[in-house]
Design a protein around this ligand. Sequence first.
Ligand code: ZN
Ligand code: FE
Ligand code: FE
Ligand code: ZN
Length: 264
Amino acid sequence: MIVDYHMHTPLCKHAVGEPEAYARRAIERGIEEIGFSDHCPMPPHYDPDWRMAPAEYPAYIEMVRRCQKAFPQLSIKLGLEADYHPGTEDYVRGVIAAYPFDYVIGSVHYLGDWGFDNPDLVHRFDGKDLFEVYSQYYELVVKLAGTKMYDIVGHPDVIKKFGHRPSKDYEPLERRALEAIAAAGMALDVNTSGLRRPAKEIYPSVRMLKTARSLGIDITFGSDAHEPKLVGESFAEAVAHVRAAGYTQFRRYTARKFELLPLP
Ligand code: ZN
Ligand code: FE
Ligand code: FE
Ligand code: ZN
């Protein structure tokens, strides 16, 4: 079997389609288990246009529960994509504790005040030392892992999204982040949305996955679908991608505990 643990709902203001449409698409594509992981509520100053409002949080949970009832034939997990941003840890800890999630994805989307994965802000890469940008990103991933608040690292090398890659070897930055992830017992979100971006590569790269595997880090799968038709998108490629790095298993989460299942 295979699972898709990274998909969104219209509550985040940049996804379309009701959860039921995502569920139907999963069934169509033979994905046996899905999980919703919409962008979590954050304090009002942080990125309000790209996530559910705190007042909408109960509606998110209700939406997933409604979908679970409508599709008893499909396994549907309750997840969350929670940001890691220094200074918001206590707030996010409370958000995560409010409901019984099956898993929580932790993602870095900001370097300081720069939403570096936002297409409208891609110009802010211009003139920057890319090795320095990558250093800042992976430093935040180290800190994310150190909080032990999350189960899965979302799109682990998303800093490559628009195709910016330092000329200097940044493998040591990836390795340091992975060591922190291994120490925290977290899994990596093997996220096919990178194929649809200028990076034209699954997150994370085969190189990063090989290092991850050598450190004993497990994986999950996600399409990062923001529209129903993208559920399970490029999953055959994703399985080949992780096999190329030596993986034979992936994690399935229930109530924030995992079991390992063989790759399809
Ligand atoms: Zn999103
Ligand atoms: Fe994300
Ligand atoms: Fe996402
Ligand atoms: Zn995401």
